[in-house]
Design a protein around this ligand. Structure first.
Ligand code: 3H9
Length: 699
């Protein structure tokens, strides 16, 4: 097999070229190839060495697919030591993104040049790791405390110009990177420039730097609550100041191994691949023609429709925002303007940018305005008959080949498509509120949706910055369907003995962005109440799972919007406060239903809620509603505040062990409710066979 690394002499400069598509990750073959090339360069006539990459980017880091397998020599820290101690002057030539082990490689060179379009970063914390090949020791020595704390703590890449200002790199060029790097290497040699080595630099922390570390620690504690790696990464920077280079590397290695052995690392790496996989539709030809989307119609100028309009307008598409009368549209436009005013105030957008975006939105009240739209998204009231009316109208007006999407959360996409003469051009595009912020988009394939419609929806989702996940038609699709058993268990825990603060506290300490009852208060308890009003008693199920919510609504407690729901909300700070009135309602309802309240442990709460999700997720997978288990994880992480460091409900179950999960579900079936806790057939099969959820493919 030919090596992904080649070496060639360009006059007096030896050029090492890495060509390992797609992103030049540092696989074992690449590491071995670089070691060989360095040996060759050490003994030939070259006076300097340039390290460059073919393809779209400089090295994007270690090969993440190798993590979790037995490590193979040569190891990256060894390789980078060889590079740093190389007898010839070394220059890294960076284009695209130099990330993780890629930037660490560049930092082990004597000099660094980058294209002006390049970005550099140490994103390891996003994978549950810290830079483990000297990055935490070399970056502070080369670029100082602020750059190191910011880049290593956040994991966010910085532009070439920022990197230049911080001295992470030494030179920026606009084009001809390789030619420029070679001639710069020659110049450096000719001028007798020293072979600068990061390991020889000293690094100290001033009082201000130590203060910055403290404030960054606190900020990260909030932003990456529950994550193991970010604080350890900062520990490494402190070690860089307090220890010599060799001892600092040793400390980095110890903490790197601690991170790598923590289950969070596997969960976050799982998510890295899961979100990329989610964009792929099994069985869909890569060359499926797509509709070019330039004009988008949005029906319904409410919060949801307005948020969706913002997404498309920001991406430069022309949006017609339609509602039934002038007042309704004007209100919708005013709401969008208010949102953008906040963005301007926070410095996220300029007035000019907002004007340009608003210029992309045209208000309308006449459906004829949608006649030439390429894509129409309906976001009207959640009622099948109303939605069907909208689609009948669209069918009569929209041009051939237009894609007609419903943003329904629960209605039957097939029943909506069926009222048109073109059901193959209809699908669901389920946005999450607030639509301009939330990254998830469920692309719901109706039984007749054609491939072009699906391929276009998946692609346009990316254009507007969303993470699309394909779902099939069922009540609630993937995400909201799983919420039903999740909320059922929440309500049952409450009525059987827990308090709102205990349930939400347990789930938030476990990692959820927000506990389920606080979510209910945020969304509005009246929504579920109104939905239940349309159901028969049999359809509503066990009163224990909704009666408290009904009583709260009947007492005028609709959630945050009325100042009280499961909690009371401080009118000024919006802080949620425990409310004895709620517990009085809960206790009275328990007594009325003949339930003897008992102490419920946090562990039981977490198990009931997370396993309810995993069990329903397995059914969804079994029925082919989701393509793969990891898609369900993406839905929960991007749409429902599930902690990324747990890898989503399916990965969490897999990491725990499917056999153990089934055993716990069976225990709940015996002690709580046989009806609610039937393990899904898929989980039973996997527990029996020792198979993995990640290998299950939907049919
Ligand atoms: C590290 O370096 C640890 C060291 O400190 C210490 C070691 C001792 N490995 O994202 P894309 C695949 S940790 C393997 O769609 P883009 C990706 O799965 C690493 N595969 O492209 C996808 O595959 P597929 C630190 C990787 O242009 C394909 O490449 N580095 C890796 O939108 C295209 O990816 C990082 O965390 C990898 N490292 O974005 C950087 N990276 O086509 C991670 C990508 O089969 N990577 N793939 O679905 C990225 O952030 C983006 O991929 C990048 C390109 C910005 C580079």
């Amino acid at each position: 097999m030919s090596s992904p690394v080649s070496y060639a002499l360009h006059d007096t400069v030896g050029v090492i070229t890495i060509d390992n598509p797609p992103v030049n990750a540092l696989s074992q073959a690449v590491r071995a190839g670089i070691v060989d090339a360095l040996e060759q360069a050490a003994s030939d006539s070259s006076e300097a060495v340039v390290i460059a990459c073919a393809g779209r980017t400089f090295i994007a880091g270690a090969d993440i697919t190798e993590f979790g397998r037995p490590p193979q020599e040569p190891f990256l820290p060894f390789l980078l030591d060889q590079l740093e101690q190389h007898p010839k002057l070394t220059v890294a030539a960076i284009h695209g993104t130099a990330l993780g082990g890629g930037l660490e490689t560049a930092l082990a060179c004597n000099y660094r040049m980058a294209l002006s379009s390049a970005k550099v970063g140490l994103p390891e914390v996003k994978l549950g790791l810290l830079p483990g090949a000297g990055g935490t020791q070399r970056l502070p020595r080369v670029a100082g405390a602020q750059a190191a704390i910011t880049m290593i703590g956040s994991g966010d890449p910085v532009s070439a110009s920022k990197a230049l200002a911080w001295s992470v790199i030494d030179r920026v060029v606009n084009d001809d990177l390789l030619t420029e790097a070679i001639s710069w290497a020659k110049e450096l040699v000719a001028s007798g420039a020293p072979q600068r080595k990061a390991c020889d630099e000293t690094f100290t922390l001033s009082d201000d730097d130590r203060q910055l570390i403290e404030t960054t620690r606190q900020a990260l504690n909030k932003k990456t609550r529950g994550e193991f790696a970010p604080q350890r990464a900062l520990d490494c920077i402190v070690a860089a100041a307090e220890l010599d280079f060799k001892a600092g590397l040793k400390r980095e290695r110890e903490l790197f191994i601690e991170c790598m052995s923590n289950p969070q690392a596997a969960a976050m790496q799982h998510m890295f691949f899961a979100e990329r996989e989610a964009a792929k539709v099994d069985g869909l030809d890569r060359n499926t023609p797509k509709v070019t989307i330039q004009k988008v119609g949005i029906i319904g100028a409410g919060t949801m429709g307005g948020g969706i309009a913002m997404c498309f307008a920001q991406a430069g598409m022309h949006v017609t925002l339609l509602d039934r009368d002038e007042d309704a549209v004007a209100q919708g436009i005013a709401r969008i303007e208010k949102n953008y005013a906040i963005s301007v105030k926070r410095g996220r957008l300029t007035d000019d940018q907002v004007s340009a975006i608003m210029g992309n939105i045209t208000p309308a009240t006449d459906y004829q305005a949608l006649a030439d739209a390429d894509l129409v998204i309906e976001a009207v009231f959640e009622n099948l008959a109303i939605k069907q009316d909208v689609f009948r109208t669209l069918d009569g007006i929209c041009k051939d080949g237009a894609i007609l999407a419903t943003n329904t959360s629960y209605q039957d996409v097939n029943a909506i498509a069926a009222v048109t003469q073109r059901p193959e051009w209809v699908l669901g595009m389920h946005f999450f509120s607030p639509a301009n912020v939330m990254r998830l988009l469920e692309v719901v394939r109706g039984e007749k949706s054609n491939d072009t419609v699906i391929a276009t929806a998946m692609a346009v989702a990316k254009t507007i910055g969303k993470t699309p996940v394909l779902a099939g038609v069922c009540y609630g699709f993937i995400g909201n369907r799983m919420l039903q058993p999740y909320f059922r268990e929440t309500s049952l825990c409450l009525i059987e003995g827990a308090t709102p603060a205990q349930i939400d506290g347990a789930m938030e300490r476990w990692g959820m962005a927000m506990g389920p009852l606080a979510v209910g208060d945020l969304a509005g308890l009246d929504i579920g109440y109104k939905a239940r009003e349309q159901l028969s008693d049999a359809e509503k199920g066990n009163p224990a799972s909704y009666l408290v919510a009904d009583r709260l609504v009947e007492a005028g407690r609709l959630g945050q919007k009325s100042g009280a729901g499961y909690y009371r909300y401080d009118p000024e700070t919006r802080a949620r406060l425990d409310d004895p009135d709620v517990m009085a309602i809960v206790e009275a309802t328990s007594a009325e239903l003949g339930i003897t309240r008992r102490a419920i442990s946090d562990e039981e709460i977490v198990d009931r809620l997370t396993l309810a999700l995993a069990n329903e997720g397995a059914r969804i997978l079994e029925e082919g509603i989701a393509q793969r288990a990891s898609d369900i994880d993406v839905v929960y992480i991007y749409g429902y505040g599930f902690p990324r460091f747990k890898g989503g409900p399916m990965h969490n179950a897999e990491a725990r062990g499917i056999a153990e999960v089934v055993a716990r579900i069976n225990e709940f079936a015996e002690t709580l409710s046989a009806e609610n806790w039937q393990p899904s057939q898929l989980l039973l099969d996997l527990a029996a066979s020792g198979g993995k959820l990640r290998d299950v493919k939907a049919h």
